[in-house]
Write a protein that binds this ligand. Structure first.
Ligand SMILES: C[S@@+](CC[C@H](N)C(=O)[O-])C[C@H]1O[C@@H](n2cnc3c(N)ncnc32)[C@H](O)[C@@H]1O
Length: 232
C-alpha cells in the first residue's frame, strides 16, 4: 500500500477512536502481522484458521484458532475489528461480516482491506486456478515459501458479499455508517510496474481506458480497497 494511503487510513482511525481509554481489538484472520497501530490497546486478540500463521504472530495478547464464519465472537465484545486481506479467502464472507457486526461495541469500528473484484488483479485472480497463484508468488513475486507451511497464497473466492458496495449495504442495514472508503493500486500491480516498463505502460493504458469507458466509475488498476465502518 502506498505510504499516503496508509497515512490517510491511520489518521482517520486516530480521529475516530477514543484516545483516553484502553481498547479491546480483534485482528480477524490475523495471520502473522498487523498493519495498523493503535495508541491505547488494552487487549489484542487474534483469530485465524491456520495454526501455523497464529504461531508466527508475536503481537497478540490472546490467540484463537477458529473459523470466522462459525466461531462465536460474542455480542459487543470489541472496540475495533480489523480484517486485512482475509474476506477474499472466505467462502461465505457474509457470515464472517455478520459475526463482526454483532461483536462490535456501539461507537466501535470495523476496518476492512481486501482486493477489488472489479480490477485487473481481482478478475485474473478469480479466473486462474490456485496452483497458478502459487506459481505467480513463487516465480514472479519471488517468494520461495509460497504454497508451503501456510505462507500463502490462500485459496481465493472473492465472493460478491465482500465487494465493497455490498458490504456497505449490509453494514448500513445493521446500524453502521461508512466513515471511509478508498480504492488504490495495491502491492502486486505496483511490483509488476517496477519490474517491467511494458507492464507499467499497459497498466496505465488500461486504467485510462477503463475510466473513460465507465465514466470514471471503474479503474481496473484499483486492485484493492479499504473501508472503515462505525457502529452507531
Ligand atoms: C492473506 S492472509 C492475511 C493475514 C494478515 N491479516 C495480513 O494482512 O498479513 C489471510 C489470512 O486469513 C486466514 N483465514 C482464511 N480463511 C479464514 C477463516 N475462515 N477464518 C479465519 N481465518 C481465515 C488465513 O489463514 C490467513 O492467515
Amino acid at each position: 500500500m502506498p505510504r499516503n494511503q496508509n497515512q490517510i487510513l491511520q489518521d482517520r482511525i486516530d480521529q475516530l477512536l477514543p484516545q483516553d481509554r484502553g481498547l479491546r481489538i480483534l485482528e480477524a484472520g490475523c495471520g502473522s502481522v498487523s498493519h495498523i497501530s493503535f495508541g491505547t490497546v488494552e487487549h489484542l486478540v487474534g483469530i485465524d484458521i491456520s495454526e501455523k500463521q497464529l504461531g508466527r504472530n508475536e503481537q497478540l495478547n490472546e490467540k484463537i484458532l477458529g473459523d470466522l464464519q462459525t466461531y462465536e465472537l460474542g455480542k459487543e465484545t470489541f472496540d475495533v475489528i480489523v480484517s486485512w486481506d482475509v474476506l477474499e479467502h472466505i467462502e461465505h464472507p457474509e457470515k464472517a461480516l455478520m459475526n463482526f457486526f454483532q461483536a462490535t461495541r456501539p461507537g466501535g469500528l470495523i476496518i476492512l482491506a481486501a482486493p477489488n473484484f472489479w480490477s485487473l488483479k481481482g478478475m485474473v485472480t478469480w479466473i486462474l486456478p490456485h496452483r497458478m497463484h502459487v506459481w505467480f508468488y513463487r516465480y514472479v513475486i519471488g517468494d520461495k515459501r509460497a504454497g508451503t507451511q501456510d505462507f500463502g497464497p490462500f485459496k481465493t473466492y472473492l465472493k460478491s458479499s465482500m465487494w465493497p458496495e455490498n458490504i456497505c449495504k449490509s453494514a448500513e442495514g445493521q446500524g453502521f455508517s461508512v466513515e471511509m472508503f478508498d480504492e488504490y493500486e495495491g502491492p502486486v500491480p505496483r511490483h509488476l510496474r517496477t519490474k517491467s516498463k511494458v507492464f507499467d505502460l499497459a497498466f496505465s493504458l488500461l486504467g485510462g481506458v477503463s475510466r473513460v469507458l465507465t465514466a470514471g466509475k471503474i479503474d481496473l488498476n484499483n486492485s484493492d480497497y479499504m473501508l472503515i465502518l462505525k457502529k452507531k
